[in-house]
Design a binder for this molecule. Structure first.
Ligand code: LIP
Length: 265
């Protein structure tokens, strides 16, 4: 393997190990009851004490193992490093699911080369852990995507239409526009799912459990890991309207991806 491949493999192993540990902590805290810590952009945009504690654990593990790396976390913000590698982390993606006791939440960890700006980074390794569901998805650049040892592949045919997933932001003033987007996409869909965790939606596209996913207004930590899962599973990920306040993310197998870009682009 080249030096870069060795590095990516080492980043992958670390991302998986940290995601497992962080997932177990999130599951433990959920089992004893979740305390709301604060609200952010709107009343609906919540952060729990567990979000903060899980991110602290991830930060501490990364700092201990790779002290020169940068870090961008949903709850603790950005710290530039000097190594050229940045960790892009959502400690609990699907926070509202987590707060309500719905098991579809995940720890999302990506290691990227370059700045922590989507489009300017090259993801090297990814881990998305769904502890309440007992599943961990991971990928390494050029090395494929896996779910607990099983290789992942996106779907390639949708004879009955595409099973699509999407999500809606915390700002209720954006919901009408997002529902209009759904209306424009439904002619190519067999059905729609709204899981509540972008990272898990992307993992499911990689695993062939969804034919495609689209959502406006995601944060970098929501999709940094899941996007690499989809790409390494043979799919394609695009961001549209990147100059807008709410860029559109599209992830799918090649044919559904191109159809979604044609409709939404
Ligand atoms: C969530 C995303 C989800 C989106 C929610 C929210 P969070 O991230 O994973 O896809 O629809 O509005 O952004 O806030 O749970 O980390």
């Amino acid at each position: 393997m080249s030096a870069a491949e060795v590095d990516a493999a080492q980043l992958h192993a670390l991302a998986v190990d940290i995601a497992r540990e962080a997932g177990e902590l999130a599951k433990l805290r959920r089992s004893v009851g979740v305390a709301l810590a604060a609200t952010k952009s709107t009343l609906a945009d919540i952060v729990t004490e567990a979000d903060r504690e899980v991110e602290d654990l991830i930060r501490a593990r990364v700092a201990a193992e790779r002290p020169g790396d940068g870090f961008l976390g949903e709850e603790s913000g950005a710290d530039a490093g000097g190594s050229g590698v940045t960790w892009v982390v959502d400690p609990i993606d699907g926070t509202v699911n987590y707060a309500y006791g719905i098991p579809s939440y995940s720890v999302s960890i990506a290691a990227v080369r370059g700045s922590a700006q989507p489009g300017a980074w090259e993801a090297q390794a990814a881990a998305v852990c769904a502890p309440a569901l007992g599943e961990l998805f991971s990928a390494v650049r050029g090395g494929g995507a896996w779910q607990d040892g099983r290789a992942l592949h996106v779907t390639t045919e949708t004879p009955a239409g595409a099973l699509l997933a999407t999500g809606f932001g915390y700002d209720p003033t954006t919901h009408d526009g997002d529902l209009q987007t759904v209306r424009t996409v439904m002619p190519i869909a067999r059905d729609l799912r709204r899981g509540g965790s972008a990272a898990l939606d992307l993992a499911y596209v990689a695993a062939g459990r969804l034919d495609g996913y689209f959502e406006r207004g995601l944060n970098p930590w929501d999709f940094a890991a899941g996007a690499l899962l989809v790409e390494e599973a043979g799919g394609r990920v695009s961001r549209l309207d990147t100059a807008s306040r709410r860029p559109m993310l599209i992830a799918a197998g090649l044919e559904v991806h191109d159809r979604l870009v044609g409709i939404l682009g």
